[in-house]
Each structure stands twice: as C-alpha cells, then as structure tokens.
Ligand binder design. Structure first.
Ligand code: HEM
Ligand SMILES: [Cu+2]
Length: 651
C-alpha cells in the first residue's frame, strides 16, 4: 500500500492518518504494571477454564499424569498472551486492522518522547530504551542463574552430607544451565546490539522499532515461564532436556518448553530486525569495507540465531506434544527416535555457543583500537574469522553425540569439522594479539576485561581441542572436564568479554563512567574465583568425576572444596561489579559524549543522545579505527580509498 505524501518547502511530508485522541492513545495507560496484572489474570483464567474442562482422571499417554499438566500449560500460555496484551504489544497491528493506523505523534509517544524514566517500564520502541531494558533483564537473569550456581556449588562443596533433595538438585543444574545460556545469548546482542548498532551505522533507529520492543517483552514473558517451572518440580534432566526422559519429568518441564518456544520467537524477531537494519540503514559511504567489526559480529550472530533456534523450538514443540497429546516423536517404544531429539537439540546447541561468543569477540575487537590507539590488526582477517565461524558453525553439532552410538562412522568427519572451526576462531584471537602489538596501551576497565578474556579463551580453546578428538572424548565425555571447558568458553571468554563491552559503552548508555576502582576490584575478584572454580573442576574431570551427580567418591573432595570456595569468590566479585554498575548509574562521574576519544560514529552523538541520534545523518568516507600509528598493512588500502572523514557536527 503506497503512503500518500505531500511536499512542504521541498521536504516530503507523509500524509498522516487522522489523530484519534491524545498521542499514544491507550498506550498512555499501559505499562509493566498492566502487563503483569493482565498476565496473571489470563493465567489464572486459562488455568481455571482448563481445570473445569479437564476431568481429573483424563487418560493421557502412559508416562504423564493427567489434569494438573493441562492446567499449568494453560496457565503458562494465558500468562504469555495476557502479559503481552497488557503491555500493549499488539496495539500497532490492532489499530491498523481497525483502520486507525498510528500517526507520527503516536509513534513518537511509543518511542518514549518526553516520558522520562517512565519509558523504561513501557512498551517503548526507541532502540536506546530497548537496549537499556535488555541490560536490566540480562542482569536479572544472570542474578537468577548465578544464585542457582551458588546453590549447586554449595551442594558439591558440602561433601559430608546432602544439602538438597536429589530432585531439587537436578532442577538446579538444568535451570542454571538454561538461564545462563539465555543470559549469555542476550548479554551483548541485547543491550549493545540494540543501543549501539543503529548509532554505529549512522541510523536514527532500528528498521522495525515496534518489533524491537516486542522481542524484549517476549523475553520477559519467557523468563517468567522458566522461573515458574521451579515451583512445579523444575526441569530435572539437565539443560539439554533429553527426551523421552524429559517426558517423565515433573510438570516443570512444560515451563522449560514454553520458555524455549517463546524465547525462540523473541530471538527470531530480534535477529531479523538487526539484520534488516544493518543491510538497509547504514550511513551513506559506509560500504562493507568501512563497516565496524562489531556490526559484522552482530550480523553474524543474528544469522546463526535465525537458522539454529528453530531446531530448538521444534524439538521442544514436539517434546511438548509427546507429553501432553500423546504423540511419539521421541519415544522409541512407539517408533519415535531419541536420536532425532538429540540432533535437533545440538543443531542449536553448538551454533548457539557462537551466538554467544561472536558478539563478545566483536565488541572486544571494537574497543581494543580505542585503548591501544592504533588500527585493528588486520581488519580483513577479523572479518574472515567471523565469516569462517558462521560457515562452519552448523557443521559440528554431532561432536556432542560421539558417545551416543548414533552414527559412529560420522564421528570422524565431525571431528575434522570441529578441529577446522578453531582456524577462524584463531584468526580472531590473532587479530586481538596483533592489535596489542606496538599499541600505546591505555589500561582502563574495558581493556582489563580483554586481558581476562584472552587468558580464559586460551584455556577454553585448548581444552576444546582435546574434547573434539573422539579418542580423548571417550574419556572426558560426561565428566566435570567438559563442564570446566564450556565455562571457560561461555563464561571465561563470553561473560568477561561482555563485562568489557558494557564498561566501554556504559557512558553512552547511561551518561556516566563505570567506576574504575570498584569495577576493576569486582572484575579481578571474579577472575581469581573463576580460575579456582573451574581450574579445580578440570582436575576433578581428569580424575574421572562425572557431571550432574549429587554424591561422588571422596577422592574428588579436595577439588570440589576448592571449586566451591572459588565459586563464592566469583559470586562476591560479580556482586561488587554489580554494585559498580548501580552506584555509577545513580551517582557516578558524568561522562562527555565521547570520553574515550573514539572515532566511531556512535561516539559522535551528543550526550544525552537525542531521540533520533543525529541532527543530520553522517556521511562516511574512511575505514574505521584510524588511530595513532597507521597500520602498515592498511596504508596502501587507505591510499586506494583516498580517505577523509566528513561527519556533520563531528568534533
Ligand atoms: C557464577 C558462576 C558459575 C558457577 C559457579 C557455575 C557452576 C556450574 C556447575 C558446578 C555446573 C555443573 C553441575 C554438574 O554437572 O554437576 C554447571 C553447569 C552448567 N553451567 Fe554453570 N556456573 C556458573 C556460571 C555459568 C555461566 C556464566 C554459564 C553460561 C552459559 C553457565 C552455563 C552452565 C551450563 C550450560 C551448565 C550445564 C547444566 C547441565 O548439565 O544441564 N554457567 N555450572
Ligand atoms: Cu559443541
């Protein structure tokens, strides 16, 4: 449908639909409070209706109890729909269907114009607000996952008695795993992908602002489903929720399945939005060879999320129908296949680690030139590294199934593809190390996190090579060595890197500098705790300690005591880092628009950043990262480009 336009003083004006009432209409009355209320009402209502309709002795497949399952499931679905309705998530399409399309004034209201802090608890479309909302949601989910980790380590550290029941301990492990995975998936792409990318490419907002807000609030709705599962028995067979074991677990498994189904919708929407924005809204002159590495990282992780998450979503939809409606997709008793589930799960499970690692690597390579005052060492190799990871990310999943007996013959091709992926990952590490070389080191909190990341990444990477080898994996599979390895990767590299990215962009997001002293105490305390926790876990794994066990032989006591003490130190360090965030956000040193002296577009915006980011859209005429000592490798390329930056309003 073409939009009618008129031209006023040479400027094209889109003819606005008539304004109905005040700008924003019903959105003026909707916020997190109405969302929660509607969500609860819908949950209780749906549960009640289903309870009334379901005879308590309803016959269901042999291994799942009757009535209460449906009531809980109906409650979860009612919660998600009610919460989204109460937030006003569907107002745009509903108004359009009623022929009362949103006007520019309505859109400005929904962008949070002149709403002050209120805009942070509303369905707000401004990418900067969504970025901050993602940061808060990420911190809350980390808090939840981290608390469960402390409980897990408490149980494993108290070797002389049991602290929790086996059922509760099982649900701790699985819920911790999935909560942390979700938190890590959004840790960089959520806050920084949303807040920074549009400014970094010289755009006024994301391609689909309303979809942006939708992805955030769907995530909140999903997180509540996960937390609710702990109150109905939790999910007790690990974060991978292998079937058909999962179908015999308590109803909490339904909470996990709804979480994944809704979270997958949220990530798909966010991925499409980020990719469309990057493909269609880059500033004039920002060709691919002038596009910042962080933009490549976000594009790559969105692409991987987009192809991988549906596998996860389908695996949970099929598992849910197996449980509730008696289908037998994964039940070998009736011709279903356990291996089908495992393949679907790991077709997501492995690419998802790159959905976590690539944005972290990209934000790290983005901030390093600023603190080393030199161009990124071999920008093209960094891009090749990211492209290489994306290309191979979908070809390694079965290395998680070497020991399942699924298809021994393919173990070696998967071993090869897994070994190969360390090449493009290696490119990224070499680019980081090369950027340190001959740099003028300016050690501030963001760069400190890079030191921690590179150290942890080395250990995580090397131990990953052992695990990718079939012969070695025969010994390590299912042991604490595996647990230590992926924590070094997902947390040691992923989380520490994300802390660096947040510290770097904190001034732009909040207008304040993240307190260096408190922040660095938190970071290094967590770093020391981290080495103790997972370093000793490597030892326990080498000794042969299996994962996911409540009781174990006393030969593993010492490594578990050290690991638990380490975990408490991580907990303390993270609390100090969180205190730095809260203290700086409320009363920290005020930041100028560009406290680090960066040359990238996002730092050329005013502080606070205006609603539409730039008065006049910038024009880019040079490659990124032209700091200090020109990089000899780029000199001839620079000559080719005939470089010169021309940014309207740039200092
Ligand atoms: C505060 C720091 C953390 C501590 C102390 C911790 C501790 C643990 C422990 C002890 C286990 C294994 C339990 C077992 O198998 O017996 C575990 C499992 C797991 N952790 Fe963490 N963790 C922490 C942070 C993280 C982070 C940041 C992630 C990020 C992705 C993560 C992801 C996982 C996953 C996926 C599992 C596997 C769960 C399962 O077996 O189903 N953890 N964690
Ligand atoms: Cu893997």
């Amino acid at each position: 449908m073409s939009t009618a336009t008129t031209t006023v003083r040479g400027v094209e004006q889109v003819t606005q639909p008539p304004q109905h009432g005040k700008p924003g209409g019903i959105m003026r009355h909707l916020n997190l409070g109405t969302g929660l209320l509607t969500g609860i009402v819908f949950a209780v209502g749906a549960g009640w209706i289903v309870a009334a309709l379901t005879p308590s002795s309803a016959t269901t497949p042999t291994f799942a109890p009757a009535g209460p399952e449906y009531v809980y499931l109906a409650g979860l679905i009612g919660w998600v729909i009610g919460f989204m309705l109460g937030m006003g998530a569907f107002i745009g399409p509903l108004r359009w269907m009623m022929g009362r399309d949103l006007t520019h004034d309505d859109a400005e209201y929904m962008a949070g114009k002149d709403l002050g802090v209120k805009r942070y608890i509303k369905f707000t479309t401004d990418h900067k607000v969504v970025g901050v909302q993602y940061l808060v949601v990420t911190l809350v989910i980390f808090g939840f996952g981290g608390t469960l980790a402390m409980l897990i380590r408490t149980e494993l550290g108290v070797t002389w008695s049991e602290v929790f029941s086996p059922e509760f301990y099982n649900s701790l492990i699985g819920t911790h795993g999935i909560a942390m995975i979700i938190a890590m998936i959004i840790a960089v792409s959520g806050p920084l992908g949303n807040f920074i990318v549009p400014m970094m490419i010289g755009a006024r907002d994301m391609a689909y602002p309303r979809l942006n807000a939708l992805s955030l609030w769907l995530l909140v709705a999903a997180a509540v489903c996960l937390i609710s599962s702990m109150f109905v028995g939790g999910m007790q067979d690990g974060w991978s929720a292998y079937q058909p074991l999962g179908s015999q677990a308590p109803p909490g498994m339904l909470g996990y399945q709804l979480t994944i189904i809704v979270f997958a919708i949220s990530t798909a929407i966010a991925s499409v939005n980020l990719m469309t924005t990057i493909l269609t809204m880059r500033a004039k002159g920002m060709t691919w060879s002038r596009t910042p590495i962080f933009v490549y990282g976000i594009f790559a992780s969105s692409l991987m999320g987009l192809y991988a998450f549906p596998f996860y979503q389908y695996s949970q939809i099929l598992a849910l129908t197996d449980r509730v409606w008696g289908t037998v997709f994964f039940n070998p008793l009736y011709g279903g296949s356990v291996w089908l589930y495992e393949n679907l799960f790991w077709l997501l499970g492995h690419p998802e680690v790159y959905v976590i690692i690539i944005p972290t690597a990209a934000v790290t390579l983005e901030l390093m030139p600023v603190f080393l005052r030199k161009p990124l060492f071999s920008y093209n190799f960094a891009i090749a590294g990211i492209v290489g990871v994306v290309a191979l990310s979908g070809l390694v999943w079965a290395h998680h199934m070497y020991m399942t007996g699924w298809a021994p013959a393919v173990n070696y091709p998967f071993m090869l593809s897994t070994e190969m992926i360390s090449i493009p990952v290696g490119f990224l590490v070499l680019v980081a190390i090369g950027t340190f070389w001959r740099g003028t080191v300016w050690t501030r909190l963001p760069l400190m996190a890079v030191y921690a990341l590179v150290f942890n990444k080395m250990i995580g990477g090397v131990t990953g090579i052992y695990l990718s080898d079939v012969p070695a994996d025969q010994y390590f599979h299912g042991s604490m060595f595996v647990v230590a390895h992926f924590h070094y990767m997902l947390m040691g590299a992923g989380l520490f890197g994300a802390m660096g990215g947040i510290a770097f962009y904190f001034p732009k997001m909040t207008g304040r500098i993240l307190d260096e002293r408190i922040g660095s105490i938190g970071l290094w305390t967590a770093f020391v705790g981290f080495q103790l926790t997972f370093g000793s876990m490597f030892v326990a794994g080498l000794q042969g300690m299996p994962r996911r066990v409540l009781q174990f032989d006393e030969q593993f006591n010492i490594s578990n005591w050290i690991s638990t003490i380490g975990a408490y130190i991580i907990g303390l360090g993270m609390l100090i880092f969180l205190a730095a965030i809260i203290f700086s956000w409320t009363s920290g040193v005020r930041a100028s628009g560009n406290p680090w002296g960066s040359k990238s577009l996002e730092w050329q915006t005013a502080q606070p950043v205006p609603l539409e980011n730039f008065e006049v859209l910038p024009v880019v005429t040079e490659r990124p990262y032209n700091y200090g000592v020109p990089d000899p490798y780029d000199e001839e390329l620079a000559a080719e480009d005939g470089d010169r930056v021309e940014k309207v309003g740039a200092s």
